[in-house]
Design a protein around this ligand. Structure first.
Ligand SMILES: O=C(CO)COP(=O)(O)O
Length: 147
């Protein structure tokens, strides 16, 4: 079975919810390759005693953009992003950019625990025959533009 890569990101008020959810699903997460923004990743590492989590920069310091770049490069199969709907964030443009790039590249995104549960327990998680359709941007990249 191909190893799926999951990016885990949570805003401060949502970090406990994310860490608890991942801990509750430890067995399902065991075979998955995990990426996380800096602080989320540190908490996951400490609480799950998993030292193989690829921790990027903290979100406001560029971590959201690093995850977005990995999505664009085809390295991420699922984004779990518990963003905080009750608190403004200084790096709001980065958050929008991350959600945009995930939508653009047709990556499944869970923004709350209910959705994350549906996706994590989906048969598609372990079925190599299922691959989300890769978008075809050839019309866009090949468009005529005058220099
Ligand atoms: O701010 C974040 C996502 O927008 C998360 O970053 P941290 O995991 O570093 O707190």
């Amino acid at each position: 079975m191909a190893v799926k890569s999951v990016a885990l990101v949570a805003h401060d008020n949502k970090k406990k919810e994310l860490v608890d959810w991942v801990a509750d699903n430890r067995t399902r997460f065991a075979p998955l390759k995990l990426y996380a923004t800096g602080t989320t990743g540190r908490l996951l590492r400490d609480n799950l005693e998993r030292n193989d989590i690829h921790c990027l920069l903290s979100g406001p310091l560029g971590g959201d953009q690093q995850i977005g770049a990995k999505i664009a490069e085809g390295e991420i199969d699922l984004l779990v992003f518990f963003w905080d709907p009750l608190e403004p964030q200084p790096h709001d443009p980065d958050i929008k950019a991350l959600l945009r790039i995930a939508a653009l590249w047709n990556i499944p995104v869970a923004c709350n625990r209910a959705t994350a549960e549906f996706i994590l327990t989906s048969a598609y998680m372990t079925d190599d025959r299922h691959q989300p359709k890769k978008p075809d941007f050839s019309d866009y990249t090949g468009r005529s533009v005058s220099a």
